[in-house]
Design a protein. Structure first.
Lengths: 429, 336, 270
């Protein structure tokens, strides 16, 4: 009942945006709200269901973005010819070095293995760079202004979404294996670090996805507005609905995305709910509430934690791929921890840790506020500074600083919810 | 001669910068580790505490500069640090009173406090950007170099120059002073010992008549001092940009954990381990090797193990390696 | 469970070590209550928090210069009775009086200031602090010069003087107990309360500890002690309390209880 009311409130907020501002803005909020809800579900799976503290959400989201480039962009044959084979060989070499190091770690006697593993890694790093560097130089010199990277596989872009999940799963498996397997748990710092590394790779490995030069014009699952406008009959139908053809085409595309995203969200939500109520979900909660007892009953706690950590990360990866598809470009420098890690945490905590519906609600509500705090702040500041002279330095500073209000607001909301409704808007049952 | 040149190049590009950076990280990590030891959580708002305290220092520095008050060859910011500390301490105490104290009274678990500190991080971050903006600010003045590369070359007759920025020297000197003061305080004063006792065994500290609230307040004030000194030194040495301070969180946490989180000695050791490995791995060794190796073997490439953008990766790998060998860090952590 | 941590034990973000359950409570007020034994918990009834009652009208008292020992089978509420005297659980009935004052309403911290020295059964030292620092922390509430007391503790436990610079956590079990007792003595308490001081130490060390405790009592400081080793404890006791299920089963001098056939049969193994 409470859930229904709160969801109605969010719907009213978004509809209100449509009526008061524009339907275009409302749909933009809705689409990113849908994506945020999926990320939030992912984090909720990890934190709510298993108490795992993942502060590297940004990294998994970015991997999803990378997946879009790697899957859907057409390959660049000249770049492949220049150094593709060598780059792939380098990656295989890198994987081999890491595997060798892991095997040495397990196989060798306790005393010598440290030095041996360090030596393997250092020699491996040099060899890896020796193979990779010429390849990247060659690839990056192929028409650097337009490509300078290998491109992707040229597959349909929707395929990138599961691929994003897979990439995230792979990285999550590696982190989980290392951090959850340690004698004591160090997942938070591990995820914090890996997220920064993923972003560093995206920014610097130009041969992979052009780095900070960005990949723009990613393929879309929906028609381009301009094509729609030229489609015979579209203009008439738009006119029939009382819309001009440009507006109608943008709305058409955005609603298309909304439907696609909503389908994914509903599927994920249903699966998450089923998982929560399944024997697996009950076991996860049993482990969460009393690890010792669960362990004594023969549950492999580390393996279960690894499982749920990977699952949650997969959701973040899928959501990241969806987001990049929606943006139509990959801009590595736009990935900021406050926005892509900590804001997702605000969504989960505000929505209600451990409650899937809560996570979805938090995703929508917090995203709405994140977008709308700025115009609200602008209005408020306008009111506050109305009495001041036009050239007043304070007035200008205040008006310029409005964009930073959203951070402040998010912090205050998180603190208020933690204090007065610590279990969130929709508490776990 | 070549050997000397190589040594000078090494000192100039590796040792001195790493020493300065290590001091800054150590001070930052000390703050994190104190909160971890006394308040028992990892404070995600620490980077932003540094940013906000440094911001106060910068404003006072600007004020002093405008008034024409300075320290001659030394940066005016050194004079402004106490004001920055006052500002940061007031802010932290206010935050504790309004935010953290409630959870302490509830005996909330550490993870909850971590989430709370995320909220505080958002608020501090917003305040900093709101007041000073997200851009680079410069506030360094005074003599730029203690030894300039040109003077050194002229003096030594070597091809390589050794430059020692005054900010680097000041960083190391101030860090040593602050650390010495902190250790004296923790080990030789009644309040310092009561902090260690509280960290070790809360319940027994309570039975001994130690007031937890006093311990917590003193801790916040010390943390404010450490954060402002670290932040100001970093800003003088490099530059002040709020986002950079937020990003320092990772190397600072890595330092604290590598050293053994909760252990002050560990925080210092960790800071230098992380700083030196970052610099060693991202330094282009071409020059040094060029001096050391015969001409026929001189490297063509930069001989850089990793690009400078991967310095986070270095901290991270060091962290994982240390944790694999010693899950408690280099110095057994958890209580001071 | 509003502030649930969901079983998270990530050491990179949280430090559970040394975190206690006790909350600092501001003490209530004492009232004058003249007469009666030096320290008495009378007809105490109560339990932890809102849980079921563990004590049922239990009475424990100790006079000046005496050693009083609480013994009884496992789960009889021995430690609970002592904690009740120290104010660590909610009393629903009965009262606690110390040296002519009713202190039932006081918090444990306030009782320390009133002169109760308490040595908990576990976690009773600051393991990472040196021996001397442990003792100094014991004297934390004192504003006067406590060097004399420090000297007295070192005389009582000479080994501690030799190890005063060493971290207390590095000492042997028996030495740690000496540190714990020494820390409690540093406040110059009016009464010393020991919760199973010999738990986990070897018989030889146990005998030595008992000797020291007798020495403390001889100096005029009343000692109230919970003991698992009933026979040895009763041998040094001036007064013994046998508790069964949170109530007094037998009371008498140590000798009387040792000679009581019923007590021997049920608790002392014949």
């Amino acid at each position: 009942m409470r859930a229904l009311g709160l969801f109605a409130l969010v719907a009213a907020l978004i509809l209100g945006t449509g009526v008061l501002q524009s339907w275009n803005s409302a749909l933009i909020i809705l689409n990113m709200g849908l994506v945020s809800a999926i990320m939030s579900l992912g984090v909720n799976l990890q934190w709510g269901l298993a108490g795992l503290f993942n502060v590297g959400v940004m990294g998994f989201v970015a991997l999803g973005g990378l997946a879009v480039v790697l899957t859907s962009v057409a390959p660049v044959p000249a770049a492949w010819a220049a150094g593709g084979g060598r780059a792939i060989a380098a990656l295989i070499l890198g994987a081999a070095v890491i595997t060798l190091a892991a095997l040495a770690w397990r196989g060798l006697a306790h005393r010598r293995r440290g030095l041996a593993v360090a030596a393997i890694l250092l020699v491996g790093l040099v060899a890896f760079r020796w193979v990779l560097d010429p390849a990247t130089a060659a690839i990056e010199s192929v028409d650097p202004a337009a490509t300078g990277y290998l491109g992707g596989l040229g597959l349909p872009v929707l395929l990138a979404w599961p691929v994003g999940g897979l990439l995230a799963a792979g990285v999550a498996w590696m982190i989980g294996k290392t951090a959850l397997g340690l004698r004591s748990d160090y997942l938070a710092i591990a995820t914090l670090g890996i997220a920064e590394i993923i972003i560093a790779v995206l920014k610097n490995e130009d041969w992979l996805a052009r780095g900070v030069k960005n990949v723009i014009g990613l393929p879309r699952p929906l028609p381009y507005e301009i094509d729609l406008q030229q489609t015979p009959g579209f203009a008439e139908r738009a006119a029939g609905m009382g819309l001009d053809v440009t507006t109608a085409s943008t709305l058409y595309v955005k609603v298309g995305y909304s439907l696609l995203f909503a389908a994914v969200l509903v599927a994920v939500l249903v699966l998450a709910q089923l998982a929560l109520k399944s024997p697996w979900g009950r076991m996860m909660r049993a482990i969460r509430d009393n690890e010792e007892a669960a362990e004594a009953m023969g549950k492999d706690v580390t393996a279960r934690h690894l499982q749920v950590f990977i699952l949650g990360s997969v959701l973040c990866g899928i959501a990241g791929a969806m987001m990049t598809t929606l943006d139509g470009q990959l801009t590595p420098s736009s990935y900021q921890p406050l926005r892509y890690t900590f804001l997702i945490w605000v969504m989960v905590i505000v929505g209600g840790s451990g409650n899937n519906l809560g996570a979805v609600l938090g995703g929508f509500l917090i995203w709405f506020l994140w977008v709308q705090v700025e115009p609200m702040g602008q209005w408020l500041m306008g009111l506050l500074t109305a009495g001041m002279a036009d050239d007043s330095a304070i007035r200008n500073h205040l008006l310029d600083s409005v964009q930073h209000m959203r951070l402040l607001t998010m912090g205050v909301i998180l603190l208020l919810v933690l204090r007065f409704a610590p279990r969130g808007l929709l508490p776990e049952k | 001669m070549d050997l000397l040149n190589a040594l000078v190049a090494l000192a100039n590009f590796v040792l001195i910068p790493a020493l300065a950076y290590g001091s800054q990280l150590a001070l930052g990590a000390l703050g994190v580790t104190l909160i971890y030891a006394i308040l028992r959580f990892s404070n995600f708002a620490h980077g932003d505490t540094m940013a906000i305290g440094t911001m106060v220092t910068i404003f006072v520095t600007w004020g002093l500069q405008a008034l024409g008050i300075g320290l001659g060859p030394l940066p005016t910011a050194l004079l402004a640090i106490p004001f920055g500390i006052l500002g940061a301490a007031a802010l932290l105490l206010l935050t504790d009173r309004m935010v953290y104290r409630f959870y302490r009274a509830q005996k909330a678990k550490p993870v909850i406090l971590v989430i709370v500190s995320m909220g505080v991080m958002f608020v501090y971050n917003g305040i900093t950007r709101f007041i000073i903006g997200p851009d680079d600010q410069s506030f360094a003045d005074g003599e730029r170099f203690l030894i300039s590369a040109r003077d050194f070359k002229a003096w030594s007759g070597l091809d390589e120059g050794l430059a020692l920025k005054s900010t680097q020297a000041i960083t190391v000197v101030v860090a040593v002073l602050v650390v010495a003061l902190l250790f004296w305080f923790l080990n030789h004063t009644r309040t310092g010992k009561s902090m260690r006792a509280y960290s070790d065994n809360e319940e027994l500290a309570l039975l001994s008549g130690i007031n937890p609230e006093t311990v917590v307040r003193v801790t916040w004030v010390i943390v404010a001092a450490l954060a402002v000194v670290a932040g100001t030194l970093y800003g003088l040495d490099k530059s002040y940009k709020p986002f950079t301070y937020f990003q320092l969180l990772l190397p600072i946490f890595a330092s604290a954990i590598v050293g053994g989180i909760g252990s002050p000695v560990g925080a210092i050791a960790g800071g230098f381990v992380i700083a030196f490995s970052e610099v060693l791995f991202t330094y282009a060794w071409k020059k040094v090797l060029g001096y050391l190796l015969p001409a026929s073997l001189a490297p063509d490439g930069l001989v850089q193990l990793m690009g400078t953008d991967y310095k986070f990766a270095v901290s991270f790998v060091i962290l994982i390696i240390v944790l694999l060998f010693r899950p408690t860090g280099l110095f057994r952590g958890k209580s001071i | 469970m509003s502030f649930d941590d969901r079983g998270n034990r990530d050491l990179s973000i949280g430090n559970p070590a040394g975190m206690g359950e006790a909350r600092p409570v501001r003490g209530g007020h004492e009232r004058a209550a003249l007469g009666g034994p030096f320290l008495i918990g009378e007809a105490m009834t109560g339990g932890y928090g809102r849980g079921a009652d563990i004590l049922h009208g239990c009475t424990i008292a100790v006079e000046r210069g005496e050693i009083a020992v609480i013994v009884g089978p496992n789960g009889a509420g021995k430690s609970t009775a002592m904690k009740a005297v120290f104010g660590m659980l909610n009393l629903r009935g009965g009262s606690v009086r110390l040296d002519g004052e009713d202190i039932t309403a006081l918090s444990p911290q306030a009782r320390v200031r009133k002169g109760m020295g308490f040595v908990p059964q576990t976690h009773n030292i600051f393991a990472s602090l040196s021996v001397e620092e442990n003792l100094e922390m014991g004297a934390f509430i004192r504003k006067d010069d406590f060097r004399d007391t420090l000297e007295q503790v070192y005389e009582l436990f000479p080994i501690l003087r030799d190890k005063r610079r060493q971290a207390a956590g590095e000492l042997s079990g028996g030495q740690r107990q000496q540190v714990a007792v020494g820390r409690a003595l540093m406040t110059q308490p009016k009464v010393l309360m020991l919760d199973e001081p010999t738990a986990g130490v070897s018989p030889i060390v146990m005998d030595e500890l008992f000797d020291r405790i007798i020495e403390v009592a001889r100096s005029g400081l009343p000692v109230l002690m919970v003991e698992q080793n009933a026979r040895q404890a009763l041998e040094i006791a001036d007064k013994g309390y046998v508790l069964v299920q949170g109530a007094n089963a037998h009371t008498g001098t140590g000798r009387e209880l040792l000679d009581d056939p019923q007590v021997r049969r049920s608790f002392l193994g014949g």
